[in-house]
Design a protein around this ligand. Structure first.
Ligand SMILES: Nc1ncnc2c1ncn2[C@@H]1O[C@H](COP(=O)(O)OP(=O)(O)O)[C@@H](O)[C@H]1O
Ligand SMILES: O=C(O)[C@@H](O)C(=O)COP(=O)(O)O
Length: 428
């Protein structure tokens, strides 16, 4: 057997997985991200992040897939399990955070589990159990318009409790966290004595996450955004390391495929187009009757590349739209149907672009990234330099295209407004 893993991670989407892997790498762990459950042991790593696409699938399927990932991680001797969820707690009233967390807790026989999406570096903070995105409550942020997981309640104790069938949810509030790891452990013991088994943990700064990391050094399970990752490698004496971020030199041409409709992505698309970037817009209403939009996008790309001055410029293909436009498409096509149809088309375009020579590809959107990475036939990703908090460049074999590619999977609300141009500068 390979060396036992220090940390086994299960991420509910692919951008979330790279976000977590990025924070672990920066805090000094050797990490491999696997797309789905690996089929063989992975040697010389401290942590493996198993990326699932389980955020919006039916709960029972999310539970089954997460338990499969858990069994593999347990077979690698992992000591602690990290269920990575979104920093905006993206979920539906049915789950899947609660059902998966309960199933993992039961399978691990974990007596208690801390839960926090806090990621202060990306302006996600939790105070009195309420999640803030920047200066506003989650329910007042752009997340209330998310196409698949609109978030309309910022009270995470209430949101988590509504998704749990068995366990009670309590709060480890900031007054406790501020007093240090011992105080957090005492609060956990007090909650357990009351029969509470999940604790939403307040965190408004990185120091709070480091405190939490120390407090849960021996915990079997943690449910969190990527923020808690900064506090776990320290428990194994690991120090931040720069060498973990080296990737092979970048080659080929550049492209961005965007299916995210989040506020940050809308602004990134707007900036790119306003600056004169080459862009192909997808109208979802043309997909239902079966128009060959994939063929049109790829023909557009080929004609763009015929211009010699275009060789180093990225091409953008996007379905990104504002909340009103998304709503109108969903009314015509159905929410799930529209999402799945757009994902399928963008994934086919991503594969087609790599077949046409793109080797540096940014994909915006968690579900979109999941679909694209599966279409490319990627099995494992090496984590490289960070572009913006939560988004690293990665390097992978795209088996479906018989090519090596640099990939950046951008979470919807991550990245600065000029992300679609600056990402490539970081790689160069
Ligand atoms: N114009 C559109 N109308 C309706 N749905 C869309 C449109 N563009 C993208 N979608 C769908 O919205 C969802 C966006 O989710 P995702 O890719 O996870 O982005 P984010 O990271 O911003 O949450 C996907 O299922 C995608 O196919
Ligand atoms: O924690 C986060 O916010 C991200 O890692 C993440 O999971 C975002 O999901 P998407 O916005 O669907 O990309």
């Amino acid at each position: 057997m390979a060396t036992p893993l220090l940390l086994g991670c299960i991420a509910d989407d692919f951008t979330g997985a790279t976000d977590l892997a990025n924070n672990l790498v920066r805090a000094g762990m050797r990490v491999v991200q696997s797309i789905g459950v690996p089929d063989a042991p992975i040697d010389c790593v401290d942590a493996v992040v198993v990326a699932l696409k389980s955020r919006t699938i039916p709960s029972h399927e999310a539970v089954t897939r997460s338990l499969e990932a858990l069994r593999w991680l347990q077979a690698q001797g992992c000591r602690q399990v990290y269920f990575k969820v979104c920093s905006t707690f993206d979920s539906t009233p049915q789950g899947n955070i609660g059902p998966v967390a309960e199933a993992l807790m039961q399978a691990l026989d974990a007596p208690f589990c801390c839960v926090t999406p806090a990621f202060p570096e990306n302006a996600r903070t939790v105070y009195k159990g309420h999640l803030f995105v920047g200066d506003v409550l989650l329910s007042d942020s752009g997340m209330r318009h998310h196409p698949l997981t609109p978030m309309t309640d910022a009270n995470l104790v209430r949101v988590m409790q509504a998704q749990c069938a068995r366990e009670k949810v309590g709060l480890v509030d900031h007054a406790v966290v501020r007093r240090g790891a011992e105080a957090v452990r005492s609060r956990i013991a007090a909650l357990q004595a009351e029969g509470v088994r999940f604790g939403i943990v307040d965190a408004v700064a990185d120091d709070d996450l480091r405190t939490l990391g120390r407090a849960i050094a021996d915990a079997k399970l943690v449910v969190a955004g990527s923020g808690v990752a900064i506090g776990l490698p320290q428990n194994h004496g690991l120090q931040p390391s720069a060498s973990a971020a080296q990737l092979p030199p970048a080659q080929g041409t550049r492209a961005v495929v965007s299916g995210s409709c989040s506020t940050a992505t809308n602004e990134q698309v707007r900036r790119f187009v306003a600056a004169g970037g080459a862009a192909f817009a997808i109208d979802p209403l043309r997909l239902a009757p079966g128009d060959d939009v994939v063929g049109e996008a790829l023909a557009f790309h080929l004609s763009f590349r015929r211009k010699p001055e275009s060789m180093s410029s990225p091409l953008l293909v996007y379905s990104t739209a504002d909340p009103d436009a998304v709503k109108s498409v969903q009314t015509r096509l159905g929410v799930a149907e529209a999402g799945a149809m757009v994902e399928r088309v963008l994934a086919a375009i991503a594969k087609g672009l790599v077949d046409q020579g793109v080797r540096q590809l940014v994909v915006a959107g968690g579900e979109t990234s999941g679909a694209a990475v599966q279409a490319l036939g990627v099995r494992q990703m090496r984590i490289g330099p960070q572009i913006d908090p939560g988004v690293p460049w990665c390097h992978a074999r795209a088996t479906a295209c018989d090519a090596d590619v640099h990939l950046a999977l951008k979470s919807g609300n991550f990245g600065g407004p000029d992300f679609f141009t600056r990402a490539f500068e970081v790689l160069a």
